[in-house]
Unconditional design. Sequence first.
Length: 381
Amino acid sequence: MSTSSSLDYSGQAVAPQRIIRAQHSLSQLESLIQPYGQRPLVVGGDQSLARLRPYLSSISSLAVSTASYGQDCSETSMTALSKAVSMHQADVVVGVGGGKALDAAKLLAYQHHCPVITIPTSAATCAAWTALSNLYSEAGAFQYDVGLPQCPDLLILDYEVIQTAPPRTLIAGIGDALAKWYEASVSSGHSQETLTIAAVQQARVLRDILFQKSAVAIAQPGGEDWQQVVDATVLMAGVVGGLGGAQCRTVAAHAVHNGLTHLTPTRSSLHGEKVAYGILVQLRLEELIQNNHLATTARHQLLKFYGEIGLPMTLADLGMADVSLKDLQTAAQVACQPDSDLHHLPFTVTPDQLMAAMVSTASLMAGSSANPIPSSDEVCP
């Protein structure tokens, strides 16, 4: 199945120029690449490149070269990839893999004025869709993001390839996609802009689809519900950010993720797992600071859903049961930096308040005057 869409509305990157989604779509990889260039550089991690090798080996009419991005989409890896583009004289970049590989490919193509094709190998993120690349340090700590002028030229979603990914990646993708509603609704829910209204409503529909279909999708990989959940996490989640822009893309849930990446223990957890935990933190902030009982209800609903599908609910679930107060302060301070997306919340948050929310995400108590925010010397994970 093939679909096409406009690149932008008034300069706003909304969607890939072309989308191919089908079983065995990579069997046509040669003909799919040809309209975009004759010397493709395929960028991915070692495992993703190995997974794509059978398809690449059958290509005879194109001069194909491959390059690994390493472990992170970092300034160092981008420098090495840039040299690979120049040495191969690449005229199109093909990104294959998870979010970091696809972010590296998109940024590389932008830097070299090349078309870019994205091929996700899991449903863990919507990076195959978006006009955005996140940059990390060599140690995996989030540094900054780069907004790109357009979405990928071609997105190839091969369900057969996605199905070979570990089930954990789909669960993480569900967590990442869920954040679209909880972040967009709090940052943009009162907007009068038509496309922003559309983005927020799409985020609500996305949440409902995930609530209704995720358990069956995880239990029956390859089935109809599974395919619809894959479409939701890879494609529909991208629509929300495309229509709504940055203000609908990230708030506290992603800010918490960014802070946690600065702590070594979270290297073992996936992007969407940290974001899913960050949603609970965001709701906990709304309870503690605003005494928002609707946030309490939403968090209880999520705790039940997380328990059903296996998303993390606490720092311990992220492998951080023994995190020190000093490390927790580091994560909170990163998340509260002046340029952080956390400040899209309609209220001010201090690092101490964020720490209190981070250690009480699974609490079943509603925020009230009897449940005050502890000071930093009272916070103990």
